[in-house]
Design a protein around this ligand. Structure first.
Ligand SMILES: [Zn+2]
Ligand SMILES: [Zn+2]
Length: 273
């Protein structure tokens, strides 16, 4: 269930910014929800073509996203796509009729979401989570993607890129105008990876993004968390940083059961579970 409108946490929960005439950023403040994940904001994106709108990610689902985006979408058709299956990106799927996700991230999305692992929410969020018994409804209908789809929004094409690493079914999207939406595959700050064994696959995915970027005179990165509109040079820097892991001693974070290699622009965080 979602909060009703009289509840105070509903108001101003999402911050919406118009980036270009066809692109909106929707931010959810992650620190209010749990401060253990080295992130302040989750970024969702709304891309508006002449007849169809595309929403990339749905946030935690703690507050209904639909009333916030309805005035922007108006009468457009709506396509909803998840970058991957983590709770901060798929939680709001149940507000929408249908959501698409890569088939390798599809399988874990079959039951209600248990949010009991959240432990440092502020008091308003905590009260709400207690009221719903730390459980969110799951998506109405899910459609699996292969990772090579193209969506025509009317004057704008959205292309899917398959970029495994952060999760087995992580995808990125890019527009034919040069914006690349990276989900959690790339962000400036914390890079979460499930194990050190997938590093090589992950670097292949980063190179895929670099390769796509060469098609455009001025490509820009729009990550699933933190800063947006970033230069592609940060991906080169990330690859160089990953290659320096062996020169660093990791720090253990017992709360998220991970080891962290802390560099200037990136924290490489490997799960130890
Ligand atoms: Zn994630
Ligand atoms: Zn995330």
């Amino acid at each position: 269930m979602a909060l009703n409108n009289s509840n105070s946490i509903d108001k101003d929960w999402y911050l919406i910014k118009k980036i270009t005439p066809y692109l909106y950023l929707i931010q959810e403040n992650f620190e209010k929800i749990d401060s253990h994940y080295y992130t302040s904001f989750t970024n969702m994106y709304l891309i508006i073509g002449s007849h169809t709108a595309l929403l990339f990610d749905t946030g935690t689902g703690i507050v209904n996203l639909k009333p916030y985006i309805k005035p922007i979408i108006k009468n457009h058709e709506l396509i909803v796509i998840n970058s991957h299956n983590h709770f901060d990106h798929v939680g709001g799927n149940y507000f929408f009729e249908e959501t698409m996700i890569h088939r390798l991230d599809f399988k874990k999305l079959t039951k209600n979401m248990d949010l009991r692992f959240l432990s440092s929410s502020n008091s308003i969020v905590k009260n709400y989570l207690e009221k719903i018994n730390y459980e969110l409804s799951f998506a109405n209908s899910m459609v699996p993607l292969n990772g090579d789809e193209v969506f025509e929004l009317g004057g704008l094409k959205v292309n899917v890129i398959y970029t495994p690493g952060h999760t087995p079914g992580s995808i990125c999207l890019y527009l034919d105008t040069g914006e690349i939406f990276t989900g959690d595959t790339f962000q400036l700050g914390a890079i979460f990876l499930p194990s050190t064994e997938i590093v090589n696959d992950y670097i292949v995915s980063l190179n895929k993004i670099l390769n796509i970027a060469t098609k455009f005179p001025n490509p820009k990165l729009y990550p699933g968390h933190e800063k947006i509109g970033l230069s592609i040079n940060y991906i080169h820097e990330l690859i160089n940083t990953i290659n320096l892991i062996e020169t660093k001693t990791p720090v253990i974070d017992n709360h998220i059961i991970s080891k962290i290699y802390d560099f200037t622009d990136f924290k490489l965080i490997f799960s130890m579970e």
